[in-house]
Design a protein around this ligand. Sequence first.
Ligand SMILES: *[C@@H]1O[C@H](CO)[C@@H](O)[C@H](O)[C@H]1NC(C)=O
Ligand SMILES: *[C@@H]1O[C@H](CO)[C@@H](O)[C@H](O)[C@H]1NC(C)=O
Ligand SMILES: *[C@@H]1O[C@H](CO)[C@@H](O)[C@H](O)[C@H]1NC(C)=O
Ligand SMILES: *[C@@H]1O[C@H](CO)[C@@H](O)[C@H](O)[C@H]1NC(C)=O
Length: 142
Amino acid sequence: MMGMKTLLLVSLLAVLELTLAAGSHHGRSMPGSPVNISRTDRGLLQVVLSAARSFNNQSNDAFLFKPSAIHRAQRQVVKGVRYIVDLEISRTVCRKRDNNNNLSNCDFQPEGRLHQTFQCHTEVWVMPWQNETRTLVFQCKP
Ligand SMILES: *[C@@H]1O[C@H](CO)[C@@H](O)[C@H](O)[C@H]1NC(C)=O
Ligand SMILES: *[C@@H]1O[C@H](CO)[C@@H](O)[C@H](O)[C@H]1NC(C)=O
Ligand SMILES: *[C@@H]1O[C@H](CO)[C@@H](O)[C@H](O)[C@H]1NC(C)=O
Ligand SMILES: *[C@@H]1O[C@H](CO)[C@@H](O)[C@H](O)[C@H]1NC(C)=O
């Protein structure tokens, strides 16, 4: 019985390894552990903007929030690319009801009652050859 289970586990691992190896044909690097990436990485910027969009979509706040800092930016090659990002999102002076669609024109709230920052963690999985982006985790806390 034990032997059978071990064998099964070994073959499962082999399948998993094969799958990961196949994934690496689509990316530039070998599958592995998360590595730090530049703050100007294009994929990272999209992940960060989409986090702000989700945050604004989910909040009942009268004002729009936008990214104010990136504390961790990593990517990992796993059948595509997984981005792992810790960022801060802060309240701007732009009101939601004004339908401002360009956050770069929105300044942050000055120190005071309306100044607020959330710490967010997001993990996004991009599978370019399937034209698919999946948000695996998106959590924010004050
Ligand atoms: C959030 O997005 C959904 C679906 O795209 C939309 O129907 C809803 O109005 C949005 N909510 C806010 C607060 O923007
Ligand atoms: C990766 O970035 C984190 C935080 O930005 C830093 O603490 C860590 O030392 C970096 N690791 C490497 C290998 O550069
Ligand atoms: C947003 O505004 C900035 C600064 O005014 C400008 O450089 C940028 O092109 C605008 N982006 C869009 C998508 O309109
Ligand atoms: C990928 O998805 C985008 C947005 O959903 C769509 O506009 C585009 O046509 C798609 N491209 C392919 C090759 O499927």
